[in-house]
Design a protein around this ligand. Structure first.
Ligand SMILES: O=C1O[C@H](COP(=O)(O)O)[C@@H](O)[C@H](O)[C@H]1O
Length: 256
């Protein structure tokens, strides 16, 4: 784990969401200058979906050729297609349905009934993923330190063989979920962790103190090139001062 980690603190959740949205659009433009297509991995959760809504609100999105952008997910709540609690449904409503995206560019996790078992669904998503690596992966963080659907002290956190795991006893509803594993998440070029609120401060503090990954999954997150924690003031309460990039304007190239 040698890649750089940074913490960028924003005054509040709204400015965090708008700032990440603007940086995302700039980074997509830069990446599409260099690559024919790019792969973006989305997160569910409060801040992750709010960031997508902020992207939809940003006029810069209109200048992007979205047919060259493919979307995946880091995890999914294993609920029927179209269920309002699916991360996919929320991302479609917040952003994807507002973009000129060919349907084949969107790679949602399977839903119940698509495959005989949840384990078969996990294998099917791993096959669909193939050798894909993500240019940008968004992650949210739970108050317990979970990322994607990798929960503290569940064996799935330390899975190193499979690309995708089935979680059948999630402490956060719904109990059944699908998740990418840490090795797949960490094969991403850049990981943007987005979190807001005082209830996330403990998890962030532990992650940056390199806590035990099995108990604090977010502590094990490292993109190949860069990992940036975009946080609000409340979530930053337990971050050591020396790790905070405060009041400095970052250009897109700062994010690698
Ligand atoms: O259920 C989930 O929760 C986490 C964190 O969500 P938040 O609402 O506490 O921000 C999210 O990262 C994950 O994708 C989602 O399935």
């Amino acid at each position: 784990m040698t890649s750089e980690r940074r913490v960028l603190v924003h005054p509040d959740a709204a400015s965090l969401e708008a700032s990440v949205a603007a940086r995302f659009l700039t980074k997509v433009i830069d990446l599409l200058d260099e690559h024919p297509t790019i792969d973006v991995c989305l997160t569910g959760g409060s801040t992750g979906i709010a960031v997508l809504a902020a992207v939809a609100q940003n006029p810069a999105r209109e200048g992007i050729d979205w047919s060259r952008v493919r979307f995946w997910w880091g995890d999914e709540r294993y609920l029927p297609n179209g269920d309002a609690d699916r991360n996919e449904t929320q991302a479609r409503n917040a952003l994807l349905d507002h973009l000129a995206l060919p349907p084949e560019n969107v790679h949602p996790f399977p839903a119940p009934g698509d495959h005989p078992t949840i384990e078969a669904a996990a294998e099917a998503y791993a096959t669909e993923l193939g050798d894909t690596t993500f240019d940008i992966t968004f992650l949210g963080v739970g108050p317990d330190g979970h990322v994607a659907s990798l929960f503290p002290d569940h064996a799935t956190v330390l899975e190193t063989t499979k690309k995708v795991v089935a979680e059948t006893n999630s402490p956060k509803p719904p109990p059944e979920r699908l998740s990418l594993t840490l090795p797949v998440i960490n094969s991403s070029e850049r990981i943007w962790v987005v979190l807001a609120g005082a209830d996330k401060a403990g998890a962030l503090g532990l992650a940056l103190a390199d806590a035990n990954v099995a108990s604090v999954p977010v502590a094990g997150v490292r993109g190949r090139k860069r990992t940036v924690f975009f946080v609000d003031q409340d979530a930053a309460a337990e971050v050591p001062e020396g790790l905070i990039d405060r009041d400095r304007y970052w250009t897109a190239s700062d994010e690698g």
